[in-house]
Design a binder for this molecule. Structure first.
Ligand code: HMG
Ligand code: MG
Length: 306
């Protein structure tokens, strides 16, 4: 008989909840600041160790998150939970430090056209913009994550070579990021690509510094998670309810839903420290605030009337 393919999976996984940022950056309607704060506090109740709460980006680029400072001032700090936020440049880092952040994330991509649309510079230009951010972080003792978008495909350029992802990863690690998050921005990845990209990055970063950030546009996100787990990767980004998308990535839809990810991990006997039903409660609150049902399959099953 063949060897059990589920043997040797990580025993514990860190789930980075990105719904309040990746989810809410893409909203068409306005979500009131007070509702964002309630949503984040409900997520905090569920037991996450990291929640990406907002972005300190240009309010012209992302008006949906222009209230970043107010959101950070309104949420309740908790022991064992770190809030994080996106920062694109020194200006954003200053705002994040003023708001009391102890972790931030810089973000670039593996394809030039996407990076140009998203942050109005080249990949090399983005790395230069991050240099002062990393310096400020070091001085303040703040942890920095580095996102690489379009690692599995670009909405403008199509296929992206794993070598291109590796080059950007090397630049970010050289700058001193503590963790890399590898983004399937438009949800095109299939497990064979997860193997290819991971094999390019694991020797560079090690599994302990590698996170996967899947969008579920084509329904392959959980298959990709299982593949990444089999490669020893144990950090995954997801969004409550399956919220999300990037306004600068046409065709991008929701992030992998946190509920669906937690259901898979629970079934596999992998610990997360997060209470699934409390994530459902946070999604239910936000669904009322948005006036739209979450995309999460687990949520739909859990809230269906019997
Ligand atoms: P720019 O226009 O080249 O920058 O934008 P600029 O320096 O010329 O500034 C333009 C204006 O913005 C100026 O204001 C600045 O002061 C202001 P004005 O003089 O015109 O009144 N500004 C700022 N204001 C507040 N905070 C700041 C800031 N910086 C400049 N930090 C910039 C370049 C990077 C700023 C802009 O393009 C931007 O903010 N982009 C953000 C885009 C974004 O957030 N995209 C979504 C997140 S990425 C994503 O979703 C992918 C991910 O989920 C992973 C995956 O799925 O792949 C992470
Ligand atoms: Mg994303």
């Amino acid at each position: 008989m063949a060897e059990n393919p589920l043997q040797g999976l990580p025993r514990r996984v860190k789930v980075v909840e990105v719904g309040p940022r990746d989810g809410l950056q893409n909203e068409k309607g306005v979500i009131a600041t007070a509702d964002k704060i309630t949503f984040i506090n409900l997520l905090a109740d569920a037991g996450f160790s990291v929640i990406e709460a907002t972005s300190f980006v240009s309010p012209k680029a992302i008006p949906q998150l222009a209230d970043a400072t107010e959101v950070m001032a309104g949420i309740t700090p908790r022991p064992g939970l770190r809030y994080t936020a996106l920062v694109p440049n020194a200006r954003g880092m200053r705002r994040a430090l003023d708001a009391g952040l102890r972790e931030v994330a810089v973000f670039t991509g593996a394809s030039e056209t996407f990076v140009q649309h998203n942050i109005n510079t080249s990949i090399a230009g983005s790395i230069e913009n991050f240099r002062p951010v990393l310096e400020m972080a070091r001085e303040a003792g703040v942890r920095v994550r580095g996102y690489i978008s379009t690692a599995f495909g670009c909405p403008y350029e199509g296929a992206v070579a794993p070598e291109a992802v590796k080059r950007v990863a090397a630049s970010l690690l050289e700058l001193g990021v503590a963790e890399l998050s590898i983004g399937d921005t438009i949800g095109v990845a299939t497990p064979d690509q997860v193997v290819e990209v991971s094999e390019a990055l694991l020797p560079l970063a090690g599994a302990e510094r590698l996170a996967m950030h899947f969008h579920d546009t084509r329904g392959t996100a959980l298959a990709n998670v299982l593949t990444a787990l089999q490669l020893g990767i144990s950090i995954f980004d997801s969004a409550a309810g399956g919220l999300g998308g990037c306004p600068y990535a046409p065709g991008a839809s929701g992030n992998l839903a946190t509920e669906d990810l937690l259901y898979l991990l629970r079934g596999l006997g992998i610990e997360t420290g997060i209470e699934l039903e409390k994530v459902v409660a946070a999604s239910a609150f936000l669904a009322r605030a948005r006036g739209a049902a979450p995309a999460s399959r687990y949520y739909a099953a859990a809230t269906a009337e019997s």
